[in-house]
Design a protein around this ligand. Sequence first.
Ligand SMILES: [Zn+2]
Length: 223
Amino acid sequence: MMHRVRLLSALASGLLAVLPLASAHAADTVPRTASWTREDPSFPYRWDPCQPIPYRVNLAGTPHRNLKVLKAALADIADATGFTFTYAGTTHGVPYAKGRSGLRQVPSGGLTVAWATQRKVPALAGSVVGLGGPGPSYRRVDGEWQIDSAGVVIDKTARLTTAMVDGPSLMSLLLHELGHAMGLGHSRSKADVMYAGLGRWSRPHLGPGDRAGLRELGASTHC
Ligand SMILES: [Zn+2]
């Protein structure tokens, strides 16, 4: 499974575009904790609830600041899920890279987060600025499917602020793609980072639906 995030506002001009969305006023509604979904409702996988998740990073020459934002995003996901993320160093792997399907080209076991250009990852086309999700293989353990590996790739040319501010930000994008990597699907609430698009409604922190979903997909207290 692979999800894409589109940058819906006109960043280059500094002006926010009028968005062609039917529910453009949805941000005014009260957020519902039922707004979260699974990435694949027919295939309810999650990470091993009793193991830490190692992660590798490919900054691809982008500023070190990006790693700090990634660590802040992982801290938020860890807080919401109960998982521990352990830094496993750098990698040259690029999830969803050209010429290979999905995640087969990155190291298996754990999470790989990379920055790349559209030349390397053709799916980062047009307004698509990020991709994320688990796969390609899953383990069957005690009657449930467990994620073995997941990948996130961020368009290194995307004009996203690294500041922790509202609107389209690297933090909001990373939280969204990491949410997919944890097994979350899209939320219908703009209060959630799992809403399917970055825009003026985006927040640099998890929303109530995100937290509810991540708690459900999170680590067990019984390990
Ligand atoms: Zn998405």
